[in-house]
Design a protein around this ligand. Structure first.
Ligand code: F6P
Length: 349
């Protein structure tokens, strides 16, 4: 009897609604194709270093579709941190007898996947991040859920802001790109949308708040992405919640909403408060849209493995799921396009 092919699956980086839906789809598609053992690698690339695995059978993925988080766990471990961990990861890949690996993650996880595939390992990538800032695909799963959560929060902030005649600043996630801020801000009717792509002009924001007051509207809602920088003369100030770097050299962002709120209150004299949505945007059940997108990605990733393809990313282009080279992820950050951003200004103030 021919032995089964062993396919690893891992989830890396920040968690994201829809990860479990991808895992389920990979397993279900592998059963349809037949002849596969699906091996879950725990805690992202850390599980490859520690050979921490779990068998992903049909019962193991039952009931996963609506579940947030990832049953495999995740980490921000970088196997290329030093030569020793790289060699260990490569040796473990071989010792685990993996024929292929499906890596579900953002720029860091997929960057690692791409390097490994260049070194001869069979790897297929699946694009994940609530930030929606990955090159190669039109949309990442998890984004729709984050936008839904942030929109609901903005709706709720509206009624309390209006009752108290306050300015409310809502800080959302978005490290390099302001997709969540832009979509949730538009959907929630924010009075200003501040994103990493455009340094914040405090004069413009305060003038907007004052214009509303002049018109007899005594509250304002300002949505700001955590990665937005404040213009200070010729400089731009990034606000960090910690100087600590992760394995990939990223700082921990957070706090721009607070800085903004204090500055608006100081300059305008209007009471201003901040709400930071933080990890609430990443937790809990995925929307129907994200469940479907994640399922389509999982099926496509398993189909790519079954067809013997490697070094590819499954992606959404228009309405179609396609495969693009994994190298596309490293070509930059997918930022909010200028036209869309300028259009949001119709609704400022
Ligand atoms: O990449 C997604 C993301 O949610 C970013 O928006 C955010 O800056 C980062 O992850 C936070 O990651 P962690 O939970 O590891 O601090």
């Amino acid at each position: 009897m021919e032995s089964k092919k062993r396919v690893g699956v891992l989830t890396g980086g920040g968690d994201c609604p829809g990860l479990n839906a991808v895992i389920r789809a990979v397993v279900r598609r592998s059963i349809m194709h037949g002849g596969y053992d699906i091996v879950g690698i725990k805690h992202g690339w850390r599980g490859l270093l520690e050979k921490e695995t779990v068998q992903l059978t049909r019962p193991a993925v039952s009931g996963l579709l609506p579940r947030g988080g990832t049953i495999l766990g995740t980490s921000r471990t970088n196997i290329y941190k030093n030569k020793e961990s790289q060699e260990k990861a490569y040796a473990n890949f071989r010792e685990l007898n993996l024929d292929a690996l499906i890596a579900i993650g953002g720029e860091d996880t997929l960057g690692t996947a791409q390097k490994m595939s260049q070194d001869g390992f069979n790897i297929v990538g699946v694009p994940k991040t609530i930030d929606n800032d990955l090159m190669g695909t039109d949309v990442t799963f998890g984004f729709d859920t984050a936008v839904q959560i942030a929109t609901e929060a903005i709706d709720r902030l509206h009624s309390t802001a209006e009752s108290h005649d306050r300015v409310l600043v809502c800080e959302v996630m978005g490290r390099h790109a302001g997709w969540i801020a832009t979509y949730a801000g538009l959907a929630g009717g924010a009075d200003a949308i501040l994103i990493p792509e455009k340094p914040i002009d405090l004069d413009e924001v305060c003038a907007m708040v004052e214009r509303r007051h002049d018109q007899g509207i005594f509250f304002s809602i300002i949505v700001v992405a955590e990665g937005a920088k404040i213009k200070e003369g010729q400089r731009e100030k990034e606000v960090l919640s910690s100087q600590r770097l992760d394995d990939f050299g990223h700082v921990q962002l957070g706090g721009v909403g607070d800085v903004l709120a204090k500055e608006i209150e100081k300059r305008t004299g209007y009471e201003t408060r901040v709400t930071v949505l933080g990890h609430v945007q990443r937790g809990g059940t995925p929307t129907a849209h994200d469940r479907v997108l994640a399922t389509r990605y999982g099926v496509a990733a398993m189909d790519a493995v079954h067809a013997g393809r490697s070094g590819v990313l499954v992606a959404l282009k228009g309405q179609e799921i396609v495969e693009v080279p994994l190298t596309e992820v490293a070509s930059g950050i997918r930022t909010v396009n200028e036209d869309l951003y300028q259009m949001t200004k119709t609704f400022w103030g």
